[in-house]
Design a protein around this ligand. Structure first.
Ligand SMILES: [Zn+2]
Length: 296
């Protein structure tokens, strides 16, 4: 009789310990959800995942619109296209900076159908610094000069397709007739697929700017965007793609991590993080010519 009592106390004790362990494990796995998974999963983790799946899946889906990609290390230096757009609108006077909305939509749909993954600036930095990528085919879609039509036309198309875009703003031109306002930048920033970078304050040719003038342009535009959007602006897109041997050092000192040029070709860390090539997309592309242009 006494032995039976001892056994039942022991069983109760073990059950309690088991329950505490289970709670600790499930708490940890919830906390580590957003971190890259390095931990090898124990049996207990698997049990927790399976048992909690039906109740938590809807909340997880709401928080994470896109599935977390699996990053794969590459044996050879990764090269990828950074697309450069300006106006997304009907062509005016044959100006090659314009791409009509239907062409832009065709191009983004072609990328999507071909399995391209669109990068954020942070993801592009990770690709270039660790030589690993989140998908077999990757692309970074960028817009220069901060035109209103890029927000009004390109953003809805990208959002509908679940694709990311980065917009490079001339902070001294905000609120002009055809350029975005502060409020529009906030609208961009509020969309989790969109990001905002600097295209300087006044769009000078940095190749021929003094170090002092270039630093002013780099620092002031970053400060403006950082304050307005509560971010750490990490990418500088050089006006007209022009820069000199000093520019990379000045940009890095100003707090940037990547610099974009207009030099044609695929982007690669081999060129340096502050001298990244881009692929200019002009109007008049067919799906076939567009895919050839980006090296697909
Ligand atoms: Zn520009």
């Amino acid at each position: 009789m006494k032995k039976a009592l001892q056994i039942s106390i022991l069983v109760l004790f073990l059950a309690l310990v088991g329950l505490i362990c289970f709670k600790m494990v499930s708490g940890q796995s919830a906390k580590s959800e957003n971190r890259p998974t390095k931990v090898t999963k124990s049996v207990a983790d698997k049990v927790v995942e399976e048992s909690s799946e039906p109740s938590s899946s809807s909340a997880e889906e709401a928080a994470k619109p896109e599935a977390e990609p699996e990053w794969i290390k590459s044996e050879t230096p990764i090269k990828f296209p950074i697309l450069m757009y300006h106006h997304i609108a009907d062509v005016v006077d044959g100006n090659t900076l314009f791409v009509p909305a239907d062409e832009f939509k065709m191009e983004m749909t072609a990328l999507k159908n071909a399995g391209y993954y669109t990068l954020s600036p942070e993801e592009a930095y990770r690709v270039l610094t660790t030589n690993e990528k989140p998908a077999e085919k990757i692309v970074w879609v960028t817009f220069d000069d901060g035109y209103k039509n890029a927000l009004e036309t390109a953003m809805p198309i990208l959002t509908e397709l679940g694709m990311k875009g980065s917009f490079f703003i001339i902070t001294g031109n905000l609120g002009n007739e055809d350029t975005m306002t502060d409020g529009m930048l906030s609208e961009l920033k509020a969309n989790p697929l969109m990001s905002v970078g600097s295209h300087t304050v006044r769009h000078p040719d940095l190749e021929f700017s003094s170090n002092e003038a270039a630093t002013g342009e780099l620092v002031d535009s970053k400060k403006y965007l950082d304050n307005l959007l509560h971010q750490d602006t990490s990418v500088i897109c050089y006006p007209a793609g022009r820069y000199n041997t000093e520019t990379a050092g000045l940009a890095e000192a100003a707090g940037y991590k990547l610099g974009l040029t207009t030099h044609p070709g695929l982007a690669s860390s081999v060129d340096g993080l502050f001298a990244l090539n881009r692929v200019r997309v002009s109007y008049g592309q067919t799906e076939a010519s567009f895919m050839t242009l980006i090296g697909n």
